[in-house]
Design a protein around this ligand. Structure first.
Ligand code: HEM
Length: 574
Protein backbone atom coordinates (compact mmCIF):
# COMPACT_ATOMS: atom_id res chain seq x y z
CA UNK A 1 0.00 0.00 0.00
CA UNK A 2 1.34 3.34 -0.99
CA UNK A 3 -0.09 6.77 -0.42
CA UNK A 4 1.63 8.81 -3.04
CA UNK A 5 1.50 12.51 -3.44
CA UNK A 6 2.13 15.10 -6.03
CA UNK A 7 3.22 18.70 -6.13
CA UNK A 8 -0.26 19.77 -7.11
CA UNK A 9 -1.62 18.31 -4.00
CA UNK A 10 -0.79 21.75 -2.73
CA UNK A 11 -3.45 21.86 -0.10
CA UNK A 12 -3.91 18.20 0.41
CA UNK A 13 -0.75 16.29 0.85
CA UNK A 14 -0.70 16.82 4.57
CA UNK A 15 -3.99 15.03 4.91
CA UNK A 16 -2.94 12.08 2.85
CA UNK A 17 -0.92 10.48 5.57
CA UNK A 18 -3.71 10.66 8.08
CA UNK A 19 -6.20 9.27 5.60
CA UNK A 20 -3.74 6.69 4.59
CA UNK A 21 -3.89 4.73 7.78
CA UNK A 22 -7.67 4.71 7.63
CA UNK A 23 -7.61 3.45 4.11
CA UNK A 24 -5.01 0.88 4.81
CA UNK A 25 -7.31 -0.90 7.21
CA UNK A 26 -10.24 -0.91 4.83
CA UNK A 27 -8.20 -1.70 1.85
CA UNK A 28 -6.10 -4.36 3.48
CA UNK A 29 -9.22 -6.31 4.28
CA UNK A 30 -10.53 -6.06 0.78
CA UNK A 31 -7.34 -6.18 -1.04
CA UNK A 32 -6.34 -9.47 0.19
CA UNK A 33 -8.94 -10.95 -2.04
CA UNK A 34 -8.92 -8.45 -4.83
CA UNK A 35 -6.65 -5.55 -5.64
CA UNK A 36 -4.24 -3.09 -4.25
CA UNK A 37 -5.18 0.51 -4.37
CA UNK A 38 -3.15 3.53 -3.49
CA UNK A 39 -5.08 6.71 -3.21
CA UNK A 40 -3.98 10.26 -2.99
CA UNK A 41 -6.13 13.35 -3.00
CA UNK A 42 -4.83 16.00 -5.28
CA UNK A 43 -5.69 19.64 -5.58
CA UNK A 44 -8.05 21.82 -3.69
CA UNK A 45 -11.64 22.79 -4.22
CA UNK A 46 -10.49 26.14 -5.52
CA UNK A 47 -7.91 24.88 -7.92
CA UNK A 48 -8.11 26.58 -11.27
CA UNK A 49 -8.31 24.89 -14.67
CA UNK A 50 -5.05 26.54 -15.59
CA UNK A 51 -3.38 24.58 -12.84
CA UNK A 52 -4.87 21.38 -14.12
CA UNK A 53 -3.30 22.02 -17.46
CA UNK A 54 0.01 22.67 -15.80
CA UNK A 55 -0.23 19.43 -13.95
CA UNK A 56 -0.90 17.43 -17.07
CA UNK A 57 2.01 19.06 -18.82
CA UNK A 58 4.18 18.43 -15.86
CA UNK A 59 3.52 14.76 -15.72
CA UNK A 60 3.59 14.17 -19.44
CA UNK A 61 6.95 15.78 -20.06
CA UNK A 62 8.47 14.65 -16.88
CA UNK A 63 12.04 14.20 -18.02
CA UNK A 64 12.38 16.87 -20.63
CA UNK A 65 10.96 20.04 -19.28
CA UNK A 66 12.65 20.97 -16.08
CA UNK A 67 12.71 24.59 -17.18
CA UNK A 68 8.98 24.59 -17.78
CA UNK A 69 8.39 22.95 -14.43
CA UNK A 70 10.43 25.53 -12.64
CA UNK A 71 8.68 28.35 -14.43
CA UNK A 72 5.29 26.85 -13.67
CA UNK A 73 6.27 26.37 -10.11
CA UNK A 74 7.41 29.94 -9.85
CA UNK A 75 4.22 31.21 -11.44
CA UNK A 76 2.20 29.08 -9.07
CA UNK A 77 4.13 30.34 -6.08
CA UNK A 78 3.86 33.96 -7.07
CA UNK A 79 0.15 33.63 -7.59
CA UNK A 80 -0.39 31.79 -4.36
CA UNK A 81 2.01 33.59 -2.16
CA UNK A 82 3.44 37.04 -2.70
CA UNK A 83 6.21 39.10 -4.12
CA UNK A 84 7.58 39.31 -0.61
CA UNK A 85 8.22 35.64 -0.57
CA UNK A 86 11.77 34.94 -1.66
CA UNK A 87 10.43 31.66 -2.98
CA UNK A 88 10.85 30.99 -6.67
CA UNK A 89 11.95 34.51 -7.40
CA UNK A 90 15.50 34.33 -8.66
CA UNK A 91 16.94 32.37 -11.54
CA UNK A 92 19.88 30.87 -9.61
CA UNK A 93 17.43 29.31 -7.20
CA UNK A 94 15.43 27.66 -9.92
CA UNK A 95 16.59 24.18 -9.12
CA UNK A 96 15.41 24.55 -5.55
CA UNK A 97 12.23 26.23 -6.50
CA UNK A 98 10.13 23.17 -7.03
CA UNK A 99 11.11 21.53 -3.77
CA UNK A 100 10.57 24.68 -1.77
CA UNK A 101 7.30 25.23 -3.44
CA UNK A 102 6.09 21.76 -2.65
CA UNK A 103 7.32 22.04 0.89
CA UNK A 104 5.52 25.31 1.45
CA UNK A 105 2.39 24.05 -0.24
CA UNK A 106 2.42 21.03 2.00
CA UNK A 107 2.64 23.01 5.18
CA UNK A 108 -0.17 25.30 4.05
CA UNK A 109 -2.26 22.40 2.97
CA UNK A 110 -2.84 20.29 5.96
CA UNK A 111 -5.49 22.15 7.79
CA UNK A 112 -7.52 23.36 4.87
CA UNK A 113 -8.14 20.04 3.22
CA UNK A 114 -9.02 18.21 6.38
CA UNK A 115 -11.79 20.64 6.92
CA UNK A 116 -13.01 20.48 3.38
CA UNK A 117 -12.78 17.01 1.94
CA UNK A 118 -11.25 13.56 2.12
CA UNK A 119 -11.21 10.57 -0.18
CA UNK A 120 -12.25 7.02 0.71
CA UNK A 121 -12.94 3.65 -0.83
CA UNK A 122 -16.52 2.71 -0.17
CA UNK A 123 -16.33 -0.82 -1.54
CA UNK A 124 -14.26 -3.15 -3.66
CA UNK A 125 -16.01 -6.11 -5.24
CA UNK A 126 -14.57 -8.68 -7.59
CA UNK A 127 -16.76 -9.08 -10.62
CA UNK A 128 -15.63 -11.66 -13.17
CA UNK A 129 -12.13 -10.66 -14.10
CA UNK A 130 -12.40 -7.05 -12.78
CA UNK A 131 -12.58 -5.38 -9.43
CA UNK A 132 -15.31 -2.75 -9.07
CA UNK A 133 -14.11 -0.07 -6.72
CA UNK A 134 -16.40 2.65 -5.38
CA UNK A 135 -14.42 5.73 -4.45
CA UNK A 136 -16.15 8.65 -2.77
CA UNK A 137 -15.30 12.06 -1.37
CA UNK A 138 -17.10 14.55 0.78
CA UNK A 139 -20.12 16.38 -0.53
CA UNK A 140 -20.08 20.12 -0.78
CA UNK A 141 -22.72 22.76 -1.27
CA UNK A 142 -20.64 24.57 -3.89
CA UNK A 143 -20.70 23.19 -7.42
CA UNK A 144 -17.58 21.15 -8.02
CA UNK A 145 -16.10 19.50 -11.03
CA UNK A 146 -13.67 16.68 -10.36
CA UNK A 147 -11.16 14.99 -12.58
CA UNK A 148 -10.54 11.39 -11.53
CA UNK A 149 -7.42 9.73 -12.91
CA UNK A 150 -6.05 6.29 -12.16
CA UNK A 151 -2.87 4.63 -13.26
CA UNK A 152 -1.01 1.48 -12.56
CA UNK A 153 1.44 2.41 -9.87
CA UNK A 154 4.91 3.04 -11.20
CA UNK A 155 3.52 4.41 -14.46
CA UNK A 156 1.63 2.75 -17.24
CA UNK A 157 -2.01 2.19 -18.05
CA UNK A 158 -4.12 5.14 -17.20
CA UNK A 159 -7.74 6.22 -17.36
CA UNK A 160 -9.56 9.41 -16.48
CA UNK A 161 -13.04 10.82 -16.23
CA UNK A 162 -14.70 14.09 -15.33
CA UNK A 163 -17.56 14.15 -12.89
CA UNK A 164 -19.71 16.55 -10.95
CA UNK A 165 -20.83 13.90 -8.47
CA UNK A 166 -19.09 12.95 -5.25
CA UNK A 167 -18.03 9.47 -6.12
CA UNK A 168 -17.18 7.15 -9.00
CA UNK A 169 -17.03 3.46 -9.68
CA UNK A 170 -13.81 2.27 -11.28
CA UNK A 171 -13.19 -1.06 -12.98
CA UNK A 172 -9.65 -2.12 -12.14
CA UNK A 173 -7.53 -5.21 -12.73
CA UNK A 174 -7.16 -7.47 -9.73
CA UNK A 175 -3.81 -7.98 -8.07
CA UNK A 176 -2.55 -4.69 -9.39
CA UNK A 177 -1.39 -1.68 -7.52
CA UNK A 178 -3.19 1.49 -8.60
CA UNK A 179 -2.73 5.12 -7.90
CA UNK A 180 -5.99 7.04 -7.99
CA UNK A 181 -6.13 10.80 -8.01
CA UNK A 182 -9.10 13.11 -7.69
CA UNK A 183 -8.58 16.75 -8.54
CA UNK A 184 -11.54 18.99 -7.86
CA UNK A 185 -12.07 22.56 -8.76
CA UNK A 186 -14.74 24.85 -7.50
CA UNK A 187 -16.84 25.44 -10.59
CA UNK A 188 -18.12 28.77 -9.44
CA UNK A 189 -14.82 30.31 -8.53
CA UNK A 190 -12.98 29.05 -11.56
CA UNK A 191 -15.65 30.12 -13.97
CA UNK A 192 -16.60 33.28 -12.20
CA UNK A 193 -13.10 34.53 -11.70
CA UNK A 194 -10.40 35.78 -9.44
CA UNK A 195 -9.97 39.52 -9.95
CA UNK A 196 -13.51 40.65 -9.31
CA UNK A 197 -13.48 38.98 -5.90
CA UNK A 198 -10.68 41.33 -4.84
CA UNK A 199 -12.86 44.43 -5.09
CA UNK A 200 -14.38 45.96 -1.94
CA UNK A 201 -17.52 46.36 -4.01
CA UNK A 202 -18.27 42.65 -3.73
CA UNK A 203 -16.70 42.01 -0.31
CA UNK A 204 -18.28 41.99 3.13
CA UNK A 205 -17.13 41.96 6.77
CA UNK A 206 -13.45 41.90 7.59
CA UNK A 207 -12.42 41.11 4.03
CA UNK A 208 -14.22 44.28 2.91
CA UNK A 209 -12.41 46.32 5.58
CA UNK A 210 -9.04 45.02 4.45
CA UNK A 211 -9.69 45.49 0.75
CA UNK A 212 -11.13 48.94 1.30
CA UNK A 213 -8.19 50.09 3.44
CA UNK A 214 -5.72 48.79 0.87
CA UNK A 215 -7.53 50.38 -2.04
CA UNK A 216 -7.88 53.65 -0.12
CA UNK A 217 -4.10 54.01 -0.19
CA UNK A 218 -3.99 53.76 -3.96
CA UNK A 219 -6.44 56.62 -4.39
CA UNK A 220 -5.67 58.75 -1.33
CA UNK A 221 -5.56 62.55 -1.59
CA UNK A 222 -1.76 62.42 -1.48
CA UNK A 223 -1.49 59.88 -4.27
CA UNK A 224 -4.02 61.75 -6.40
CA UNK A 225 -2.25 65.10 -5.83
CA UNK A 226 1.04 63.57 -6.89
CA UNK A 227 -0.53 62.57 -10.21
CA UNK A 228 -1.84 65.97 -11.25
CA UNK A 229 0.93 66.36 -13.84
CA UNK A 230 0.12 62.97 -15.36
CA UNK A 231 -3.52 63.92 -15.72
CA UNK A 232 -2.59 67.30 -17.17
CA UNK A 233 -0.26 65.61 -19.62
CA UNK A 234 -3.07 63.36 -20.88
CA UNK A 235 -5.34 66.38 -21.16
CA UNK A 236 -2.63 68.05 -23.27
CA UNK A 237 -2.57 65.02 -25.58
CA UNK A 238 -6.34 65.29 -25.92
CA UNK A 239 -5.99 68.92 -27.05
CA UNK A 240 -3.27 68.00 -29.55
CA UNK A 241 -5.44 65.25 -30.94
CA UNK A 242 -8.45 67.55 -31.40
CA UNK A 243 -6.29 70.26 -32.93
CA UNK A 244 -4.83 67.77 -35.41
CA UNK A 245 -8.27 67.17 -36.96
CA UNK A 246 -10.51 69.25 -39.19
CA UNK A 247 -12.20 72.00 -37.07
CA UNK A 248 -15.56 71.04 -38.62
CA UNK A 249 -15.36 67.47 -37.33
CA UNK A 250 -18.41 66.24 -35.47
CA UNK A 251 -16.89 64.50 -32.47
CA UNK A 252 -18.25 61.66 -30.41
CA UNK A 253 -17.29 63.12 -27.06
CA UNK A 254 -17.93 59.89 -25.20
CA UNK A 255 -15.12 58.40 -27.26
CA UNK A 256 -12.80 61.34 -26.55
CA UNK A 257 -13.54 61.20 -22.83
CA UNK A 258 -12.95 57.45 -22.79
CA UNK A 259 -9.58 57.78 -24.48
CA UNK A 260 -8.64 60.44 -21.93
CA UNK A 261 -9.62 58.43 -18.84
CA UNK A 262 -8.03 55.26 -20.16
CA UNK A 263 -4.79 57.12 -20.90
CA UNK A 264 -4.82 58.57 -17.38
CA UNK A 265 -5.51 55.19 -15.79
CA UNK A 266 -2.78 53.26 -17.63
CA UNK A 267 -0.25 55.87 -16.56
CA UNK A 268 -1.66 56.22 -13.03
CA UNK A 269 -1.77 52.50 -12.32
CA UNK A 270 1.09 50.90 -14.27
CA UNK A 271 3.14 53.94 -15.25
CA UNK A 272 2.67 52.99 -18.91
CA UNK A 273 2.62 55.59 -21.62
CA UNK A 274 -0.05 54.23 -23.89
CA UNK A 275 -1.03 57.21 -25.95
CA UNK A 276 -4.69 56.37 -26.24
CA UNK A 277 -5.23 59.21 -28.72
CA UNK A 278 -2.78 57.84 -31.26
CA UNK A 279 -4.80 54.80 -32.20
CA UNK A 280 -7.27 56.56 -34.44
CA UNK A 281 -10.38 54.47 -35.22
CA UNK A 282 -8.96 51.87 -32.89
CA UNK A 283 -8.06 51.45 -29.25
CA UNK A 284 -4.71 50.90 -27.59
CA UNK A 285 -4.20 47.33 -26.24
CA UNK A 286 -5.05 48.18 -22.63
CA UNK A 287 -8.00 50.31 -23.69
CA UNK A 288 -9.32 47.38 -25.74
CA UNK A 289 -8.95 44.98 -22.83
CA UNK A 290 -10.55 47.41 -20.38
CA UNK A 291 -13.49 47.91 -22.74
CA UNK A 292 -14.00 44.16 -23.15
CA UNK A 293 -13.81 43.73 -19.42
CA UNK A 294 -16.30 46.48 -18.75
CA UNK A 295 -18.76 45.33 -21.41
CA UNK A 296 -18.79 41.83 -19.99
CA UNK A 297 -19.23 43.25 -16.46
CA UNK A 298 -22.25 45.22 -17.71
CA UNK A 299 -23.73 42.08 -19.30
CA UNK A 300 -23.17 40.19 -16.09
CA UNK A 301 -24.88 42.84 -13.95
CA UNK A 302 -27.83 42.72 -16.35
CA UNK A 303 -27.95 38.97 -16.03
CA UNK A 304 -27.95 39.30 -12.25
CA UNK A 305 -30.89 41.69 -12.54
CA UNK A 306 -32.83 39.29 -14.73
CA UNK A 307 -32.18 36.37 -12.43
CA UNK A 308 -32.91 38.31 -9.24
CA UNK A 309 -35.99 36.18 -8.55
CA UNK A 310 -34.28 32.93 -9.53
CA UNK A 311 -30.76 33.15 -8.09
CA UNK A 312 -30.31 29.38 -8.41
CA UNK A 313 -30.05 29.94 -12.19
CA UNK A 314 -26.74 31.67 -11.59
CA UNK A 315 -25.40 28.44 -10.14
CA UNK A 316 -26.74 26.31 -12.95
CA UNK A 317 -25.55 28.71 -15.59
CA UNK A 318 -22.80 30.95 -14.18
CA UNK A 319 -21.80 34.01 -16.16
CA UNK A 320 -18.35 35.46 -15.89
CA UNK A 321 -18.01 39.02 -14.63
CA UNK A 322 -14.70 39.58 -16.43
CA UNK A 323 -13.76 37.59 -19.55
CA UNK A 324 -10.93 35.11 -18.89
CA UNK A 325 -8.51 36.54 -21.51
CA UNK A 326 -8.83 40.05 -20.05
CA UNK A 327 -8.23 38.67 -16.60
CA UNK A 328 -5.09 36.92 -17.76
CA UNK A 329 -3.97 40.11 -19.50
CA UNK A 330 -4.29 42.25 -16.38
CA UNK A 331 -2.74 39.63 -14.10
CA UNK A 332 0.20 39.47 -16.52
CA UNK A 333 0.44 43.25 -16.65
CA UNK A 334 0.51 43.53 -12.86
CA UNK A 335 3.06 40.77 -12.52
CA UNK A 336 5.38 42.27 -15.09
CA UNK A 337 5.06 45.78 -13.69
CA UNK A 338 5.65 44.62 -10.11
CA UNK A 339 8.63 42.47 -11.02
CA UNK A 340 10.27 45.31 -12.89
CA UNK A 341 13.25 46.58 -10.95
CA UNK A 342 12.14 50.11 -11.60
CA UNK A 343 8.59 50.58 -10.38
CA UNK A 344 6.98 52.99 -12.80
CA UNK A 345 4.09 54.37 -10.76
CA UNK A 346 3.39 55.27 -7.18
CA UNK A 347 0.42 52.89 -7.25
CA UNK A 348 2.86 50.03 -7.88
CA UNK A 349 5.12 51.29 -5.08
CA UNK A 350 2.14 51.43 -2.74
CA UNK A 351 1.19 47.90 -3.71
CA UNK A 352 4.68 46.71 -2.87
CA UNK A 353 4.46 48.49 0.50
CA UNK A 354 1.08 46.92 1.15
CA UNK A 355 2.48 43.59 0.19
CA UNK A 356 5.28 43.98 2.70
CA UNK A 357 2.67 44.59 5.38
CA UNK A 358 -0.21 42.36 4.39
CA UNK A 359 1.54 39.72 2.29
CA UNK A 360 -0.74 40.08 -0.70
CA UNK A 361 -0.78 37.58 -3.52
CA UNK A 362 -0.28 38.61 -7.14
CA UNK A 363 -3.95 38.03 -7.76
CA UNK A 364 -4.87 40.43 -4.94
CA UNK A 365 -2.48 43.07 -6.22
CA UNK A 366 -3.72 42.63 -9.78
CA UNK A 367 -7.26 42.77 -8.36
CA UNK A 368 -6.61 46.23 -6.92
CA UNK A 369 -5.28 47.49 -10.24
CA UNK A 370 -8.36 46.32 -12.12
CA UNK A 371 -10.69 47.73 -9.45
CA UNK A 372 -9.18 51.20 -9.93
CA UNK A 373 -9.32 50.80 -13.69
CA UNK A 374 -12.79 49.31 -14.13
CA UNK A 375 -14.56 51.28 -11.42
CA UNK A 376 -12.93 54.45 -12.62
CA UNK A 377 -12.44 54.77 -16.32
CA UNK A 378 -15.97 54.54 -17.70
CA UNK A 379 -17.77 56.31 -14.83
CA UNK A 380 -15.41 59.26 -15.05
CA UNK A 381 -15.64 59.37 -18.85
CA UNK A 382 -19.43 59.43 -18.71
CA UNK A 383 -19.40 62.38 -16.32
CA UNK A 384 -16.97 64.31 -18.54
CA UNK A 385 -19.12 63.61 -21.62
CA UNK A 386 -22.36 64.62 -19.88
CA UNK A 387 -20.77 67.78 -18.53
CA UNK A 388 -19.56 68.78 -22.01
CA UNK A 389 -23.02 68.08 -23.43
CA UNK A 390 -24.61 70.32 -20.81
CA UNK A 391 -22.08 73.08 -21.42
CA UNK A 392 -22.64 72.90 -25.18
CA UNK A 393 -26.38 73.20 -24.70
CA UNK A 394 -26.05 76.02 -22.16
CA UNK A 395 -23.83 78.62 -23.78
CA UNK A 396 -24.39 81.04 -20.90
CA UNK A 397 -22.88 78.61 -18.44
CA UNK A 398 -20.08 77.66 -20.83
CA UNK A 399 -19.08 81.29 -21.38
CA UNK A 400 -19.24 82.05 -17.67
CA UNK A 401 -17.07 79.04 -16.91
CA UNK A 402 -14.52 79.97 -19.57
CA UNK A 403 -14.27 83.53 -18.23
CA UNK A 404 -13.84 82.16 -14.72
CA UNK A 405 -11.09 79.76 -15.83
CA UNK A 406 -9.21 82.36 -17.84
CA UNK A 407 -9.44 85.01 -15.16
CA UNK A 408 -8.79 82.66 -12.29
CA UNK A 409 -6.19 84.48 -10.23
CA UNK A 410 -5.03 81.47 -8.35
CA UNK A 411 -5.05 78.64 -10.86
CA UNK A 412 -4.04 76.25 -8.06
CA UNK A 413 -7.51 76.54 -6.52
CA UNK A 414 -8.80 74.94 -9.71
CA UNK A 415 -7.12 71.73 -8.61
CA UNK A 416 -8.58 71.89 -5.15
CA UNK A 417 -11.60 69.66 -5.20
CA UNK A 418 -12.98 70.98 -1.93
CA UNK A 419 -13.19 74.71 -2.76
CA UNK A 420 -16.58 75.68 -4.08
CA UNK A 421 -15.55 77.13 -7.43
CA UNK A 422 -17.80 77.64 -10.45
CA UNK A 423 -16.03 74.70 -12.11
CA UNK A 424 -16.97 72.46 -9.19
CA UNK A 425 -20.55 73.67 -9.36
CA UNK A 426 -20.78 72.77 -13.06
CA UNK A 427 -19.47 69.29 -12.29
CA UNK A 428 -21.74 68.77 -9.29
CA UNK A 429 -24.74 69.89 -11.33
CA UNK A 430 -23.82 67.31 -13.99
CA UNK A 431 -23.53 64.62 -11.33
CA UNK A 432 -26.92 65.64 -9.96
CA UNK A 433 -28.63 65.31 -13.33
CA UNK A 434 -26.75 62.16 -14.36
CA UNK A 435 -25.44 60.19 -11.37
CA UNK A 436 -23.61 57.30 -13.11
CA UNK A 437 -24.68 54.92 -10.34
CA UNK A 438 -28.31 55.94 -10.08
CA UNK A 439 -29.23 53.36 -7.44
CA UNK A 440 -27.36 52.49 -4.27
CA UNK A 441 -27.62 49.05 -2.73
CA UNK A 442 -27.28 48.61 1.01
CA UNK A 443 -27.63 45.59 3.24
CA UNK A 444 -29.17 46.17 6.64
CA UNK A 445 -26.90 45.07 9.51
CA UNK A 446 -29.08 45.94 12.53
CA UNK A 447 -32.83 46.13 13.05
CA UNK A 448 -34.22 49.59 12.43
CA UNK A 449 -37.59 51.25 11.98
CA UNK A 450 -37.86 53.91 9.31
CA UNK A 451 -40.71 56.34 9.52
CA UNK A 452 -42.33 58.01 6.55
CA UNK A 453 -42.75 61.60 7.71
CA UNK A 454 -45.35 62.30 5.02
CA UNK A 455 -47.98 59.87 6.30
CA UNK A 456 -46.54 58.44 9.50
CA UNK A 457 -46.30 54.88 8.15
CA UNK A 458 -43.40 52.75 9.35
CA UNK A 459 -41.16 50.18 7.74
CA UNK A 460 -39.41 47.62 9.93
CA UNK A 461 -36.06 46.47 8.59
CA UNK A 462 -34.13 43.49 9.83
CA UNK A 463 -30.50 42.44 9.32
CA UNK A 464 -29.97 41.02 5.86
CA UNK A 465 -32.69 43.09 4.21
CA UNK A 466 -31.52 44.64 0.97
CA UNK A 467 -32.32 48.31 0.49
CA UNK A 468 -32.31 50.13 -2.81
CA UNK A 469 -31.87 53.90 -2.64
CA UNK A 470 -32.60 55.79 -5.83
CA UNK A 471 -30.20 58.72 -5.85
CA UNK A 472 -31.63 59.63 -9.24
CA UNK A 473 -35.08 60.17 -7.68
CA UNK A 474 -33.70 62.42 -4.96
CA UNK A 475 -31.65 64.39 -7.49
CA UNK A 476 -34.72 65.03 -9.67
CA UNK A 477 -37.24 65.67 -6.92
CA UNK A 478 -38.78 69.19 -7.17
CA UNK A 479 -39.29 69.11 -3.42
CA UNK A 480 -35.54 69.48 -2.99
CA UNK A 481 -34.37 71.04 -6.24
CA UNK A 482 -36.12 73.94 -7.99
CA UNK A 483 -36.70 73.19 -11.65
CA UNK A 484 -34.84 69.91 -11.28
CA UNK A 485 -34.49 69.22 -15.02
CA UNK A 486 -32.70 72.51 -15.60
CA UNK A 487 -28.88 72.67 -15.79
CA UNK A 488 -28.27 75.45 -13.30
CA UNK A 489 -24.89 75.17 -11.51
CA UNK A 490 -25.59 78.31 -9.44
CA UNK A 491 -27.97 76.31 -7.27
CA UNK A 492 -24.79 75.16 -5.51
CA UNK A 493 -23.60 78.74 -4.77
CA UNK A 494 -22.04 79.18 -1.38
CA UNK A 495 -24.66 81.84 -0.47
CA UNK A 496 -27.37 79.23 -0.94
CA UNK A 497 -25.60 76.71 1.26
CA UNK A 498 -23.44 75.01 -1.37
CA UNK A 499 -23.41 71.29 -2.04
CA UNK A 500 -23.17 70.65 1.68
CA UNK A 501 -26.77 71.80 2.18
CA UNK A 502 -28.04 69.02 -0.09
CA UNK A 503 -25.67 66.46 1.37
CA UNK A 504 -26.90 67.31 4.86
CA UNK A 505 -30.45 66.68 3.67
CA UNK A 506 -29.28 63.33 2.25
CA UNK A 507 -30.49 64.21 -1.24
CA UNK A 508 -27.17 64.57 -3.07
CA UNK A 509 -25.63 61.14 -3.47
CA UNK A 510 -23.56 60.84 -6.67
CA UNK A 511 -20.77 59.07 -4.78
CA UNK A 512 -23.05 57.38 -2.26
CA UNK A 513 -22.90 57.91 1.48
CA UNK A 514 -21.69 56.18 4.64
CA UNK A 515 -18.81 53.73 5.10
CA UNK A 516 -19.29 52.35 1.60
CA UNK A 517 -19.06 55.75 -0.03
CA UNK A 518 -17.01 55.75 -3.23
CA UNK A 519 -13.30 55.61 -2.33
CA UNK A 520 -12.33 56.85 -5.81
CA UNK A 521 -14.17 60.18 -5.51
CA UNK A 522 -11.07 62.37 -5.28
CA UNK A 523 -9.37 60.71 -8.21
CA UNK A 524 -12.56 60.92 -10.25
CA UNK A 525 -13.15 64.61 -9.47
CA UNK A 526 -9.55 65.50 -10.24
CA UNK A 527 -9.71 63.82 -13.65
CA UNK A 528 -13.05 65.45 -14.49
CA UNK A 529 -11.84 68.90 -13.44
CA UNK A 530 -8.64 68.77 -15.43
CA UNK A 531 -10.38 67.49 -18.56
CA UNK A 532 -13.09 70.16 -18.43
CA UNK A 533 -10.58 72.93 -17.66
CA UNK A 534 -8.43 71.93 -20.60
CA UNK A 535 -11.29 71.74 -23.07
CA UNK A 536 -13.16 74.87 -22.00
CA UNK A 537 -10.02 77.00 -21.95
CA UNK A 538 -9.05 75.91 -25.45
CA UNK A 539 -12.26 75.12 -27.27
CA UNK A 540 -15.82 76.17 -27.78
CA UNK A 541 -18.34 73.39 -27.58
CA UNK A 542 -21.21 73.68 -30.01
CA UNK A 543 -24.10 71.27 -30.61
CA UNK A 544 -24.05 69.63 -34.02
CA UNK A 545 -26.99 68.69 -36.28
CA UNK A 546 -27.24 65.28 -34.60
CA UNK A 547 -26.72 66.19 -30.94
CA UNK A 548 -29.22 64.45 -28.68
CA UNK A 549 -31.39 67.10 -27.04
CA UNK A 550 -33.86 64.64 -25.57
CA UNK A 551 -31.16 63.12 -23.29
CA UNK A 552 -32.79 59.75 -23.60
CA UNK A 553 -31.18 57.41 -21.10
CA UNK A 554 -29.63 54.15 -22.22
CA UNK A 555 -32.04 51.64 -20.73
CA UNK A 556 -29.68 48.80 -21.44
CA UNK A 557 -26.85 50.01 -19.23
CA UNK A 558 -26.08 49.46 -15.59
CA UNK A 559 -24.44 52.92 -15.55
CA UNK A 560 -26.75 55.84 -16.16
CA UNK A 561 -25.77 57.44 -19.45
CA UNK A 562 -27.30 59.18 -22.42
CA UNK A 563 -28.23 56.68 -25.10
CA UNK A 564 -25.90 56.40 -28.11
CA UNK A 565 -23.06 58.69 -29.06
CA UNK A 566 -22.90 62.29 -27.89
CA UNK A 567 -22.05 64.41 -30.91
CA UNK A 568 -20.60 67.90 -30.64
CA UNK A 569 -18.40 70.34 -32.56
CA UNK A 570 -15.22 71.23 -30.71
CA UNK A 571 -13.87 74.45 -32.20
CA UNK A 572 -10.72 76.30 -31.14
CA UNK A 573 -11.54 79.38 -29.06
CA UNK A 574 -11.32 82.43 -31.33
C1 HEM B 1 -17.40 59.92 -11.40
C2 HEM B 1 -16.94 58.76 -11.08
C3 HEM B 1 -17.50 57.85 -10.03
C4 HEM B 1 -18.76 57.81 -9.50
C5 HEM B 1 -19.93 58.70 -9.85
C6 HEM B 1 -18.76 56.75 -8.51
C7 HEM B 1 -19.85 56.41 -7.74
C8 HEM B 1 -19.87 55.41 -6.79
C9 HEM B 1 -21.02 55.07 -5.97
C10 HEM B 1 -22.37 55.77 -6.03
C11 HEM B 1 -20.66 54.04 -5.19
C12 HEM B 1 -21.54 53.32 -4.16
C13 HEM B 1 -21.45 54.04 -2.83
C14 HEM B 1 -22.45 53.60 -1.81
O1 HEM B 1 -22.99 52.50 -1.90
O2 HEM B 1 -22.72 54.39 -0.87
C15 HEM B 1 -19.29 53.71 -5.50
C16 HEM B 1 -18.57 52.70 -4.89
C17 HEM B 1 -17.28 52.39 -5.25
N1 HEM B 1 -16.46 53.06 -6.13
FE1 HEM B 1 -16.95 54.67 -7.23
N2 HEM B 1 -17.52 56.17 -8.46
C18 HEM B 1 -16.72 56.82 -9.36
C19 HEM B 1 -15.38 56.59 -9.59
C20 HEM B 1 -14.63 55.64 -8.95
C21 HEM B 1 -13.22 55.47 -9.12
C22 HEM B 1 -12.28 56.35 -9.94
C23 HEM B 1 -12.86 54.40 -8.38
C24 HEM B 1 -11.47 53.88 -8.24
C25 HEM B 1 -10.94 53.51 -7.15
C26 HEM B 1 -14.07 53.90 -7.73
C27 HEM B 1 -14.14 52.80 -6.89
C28 HEM B 1 -15.26 52.43 -6.18
C29 HEM B 1 -15.30 51.29 -5.28
C30 HEM B 1 -14.16 50.30 -5.04
C31 HEM B 1 -16.56 51.26 -4.70
C32 HEM B 1 -17.09 50.26 -3.67
C33 HEM B 1 -16.79 50.79 -2.28
C34 HEM B 1 -17.24 49.86 -1.18
O3 HEM B 1 -18.13 49.06 -1.38
O4 HEM B 1 -16.66 49.99 -0.09
N3 HEM B 1 -15.11 54.69 -8.10
N4 HEM B 1 -18.82 54.57 -6.48
Amino acid sequence: MKCSSNRFSANTIGSTSSMCSQLQQMVTLLLMATAFCAISVVGSPTQQPQQLQKKEQLELHNHHTTAIRVQQCRDGCLEKFSTKSPLCQKMPKCSMCLNECIHRDQSKATSSIRETWSLRTVSMVQHDSLVLVDVAWEQSSTPFQCLVTWEVSGGGLMGNLLTESFGVQLSLWPDTKYRVQVTCKNKTSSEVEKLRLCSPFVSVGNVWKERRTELGQLVSTKTVQSHIDIIKDCAGKMTEYINSQDPNTVWDIKDIANRFTCGVMTKYIWGMDENTFQHEGNYSPTHRMATNMLNQAMRCVKYYGRTACFPFLRKVCPVRFFPAPTEEYFIGLAREALQDNELKSSVLSRLIQLNAKNDLTYIQMAGHTTTVLIDGFETVAIVIAHCLLMLAENQRVQNKLRTYLIECEEPETCYDITTNTYLNQCIQETLRLFPPLATLFKICTEPITIENHMNGSKVELKPGDVIYISSYSFHHDPEFYDEPEKYWPERFDEDLGGVQRYRDMGVFLPFGEGPRMCPGMKLALMEIKIAIMELIRNFELVPSYNTRYDKKIDSDSFLLRVHGDIHLHIKPVA
